[in-house]
Design a protein around this ligand. Sequence first.
Ligand code: URA
Length: 440
Amino acid sequence: MRMYDIIDKKKRGGTLTKEEIEFFVQGYVDGSIPDYQASALMMAIWYEGMNKEETTNLTLAMASSGDMIDLSEIPGVKVDKHSTGGIGDKTTLIIGPILASLGAKVVKMSGRGLGATGGTIDKLDSIPGFSSERTDDEFIRQVMEIGLVDAAQSGNLVPADKKMYALRDVTATVDSIPLIASSIMSKKLASGADVIVLDVKCGTGAFMKDYESAKLLADTMTDIGRMSGRKVYAFITDMNEPLGRTVGNSLEVLEAVEVLRGNGEERLTELCMELSKCLLIMSDVMGCGDYRNEGLRDKAEKMIQEAIVSGAALTKFREFVKAQGGDDSFVDDPLKLKQPLYSFDVRARESGYLASCDASEVGNVSCILGAGRITKEDKIDSSAGIRIYKKIGDHVEAGERIATLYTDKEDILDEAAKRFLDAYQLSQNNIINRPVIYNL
Ligand code: URA
């Protein structure tokens, strides 16, 4: 078999066989297929797409390209949730403790942010002492002891994705449905959860800009999961403005704590509630039920509210932080987290209703403040970021504060403020707001 022929076949719209896909994945991981041939194939897939069978074969070949975590030692159903990436998305920090406090077993491997979108591991790293490195034994023990773990992807988990994602990132081939679906689902399959809830983001701050492509991505990932024997449910959710009121690592951790205290922003709280309900119902805590069952949804909602009101979810969050070496005292005293040198209020240029937002651009602003990486080597400033006071649909007066920027870099504040304001459009008419979840 020759890589040249595989590229040529896909370029002409052909369907790749399981053997051809495995030949490519194995060869790319062992170094016998060079980057230039792999990028040519990525681009051919970007143009020509892949059918369901090809996408599933690619996912399985990628999943088995390295270690597969064996969670069979942990009794019962293991649950996981995954977001396709957005701005201000701190839902994992909230949902994990809620579910674990109710008895579910949450096994989570998270990523770091790159470019405009944030990553849960970067957020957790803003907690003094917190370690996202877990050996397989520690990973399993922690789930058995407290019901919740969140670790960075370990060294040899899906090496094919590590190489392919890095290549896609620099060859403009990230935004391809079969490539995103196989990248995400290969990691989910290798990290071993039985139940996977997907949060497919849709809008200006997401890879998928419109509902149709988000739905296609959601369906593709759901099919792959089910064909591989996992229970999967996918939500399609709004990413046309940052989620909640903060963007940036320590700011988002503190906002997550507020939601766990019952004081969360409305749309963020609604999304966390729905994702938690779905995971809880599909877990063995509620007999591996059907999320569509209204009686179960009502029951799950009551249980989750009780976990928040009683403080059990916040207590579980503290337990989780301590289990991974972190100092949980910041929960009572936020000043224990690194503080930024500068803060700067961004004010409306004119009066009107906030009508729309380029959420990716807000993510870019957060990056230049220091909260994200432009290249993999960049260092993150955990205290950098944005606190947002006005959401789409809100009215603002000229001169009114819309947001505060936080950074250690004084010289970029003017540019950041300008870009932040330019990311929003005002209208003189009131806007009817979009739902948080499109496919409820
Ligand atoms: N997240 C991933 O893990 N992979 C992609 O391709 C896109 C988002």
